[in-house]
Design a protein. Structure first.
Length: 90
């Protein structure tokens, strides 16, 4: 495909397409980053509460929840691409 960049109308069309694609990728990546940030914060919140005053059963449930929270949740595209701001920027 040949592109004539000397034509200002065609050049502006390709620039607008590029900007639209970048905005779309950002809108897809930002919620994935929010999911990672929020799921990482659950571990800290579970640990920083007064778990030592809870019943033994509740302490075990909190320990299990903290164990599950060691790996943050991720939004992926088919398990191939992780949608986050780090991958958006690269």
């Amino acid at each position: 495909i040949l592109v004539n960049l000397n034509n200002p109308l065609e050049l502006s069309r390709y620039i607008m397409i590029f900007i639209g694609l970048m905005m779309h990728m950002f809108y897809v990546s930002y919620p994935g980053q929010q999911l990672i940030d929020r799921s990482s914060g659950i571990f800290n919140d579970a640990y920083n509460n007064e778990w030592y005053e809870c019943s033994i059963k509740s302490q075990r449930l909190l320990a299990f929840m903290m164990l599950r929270c060691t790996k943050p949740c991720e939004l992926t595209a088919g398990g191939i691409y992780t949608m986050n701001l780090e991958n958006f920027g690269s």
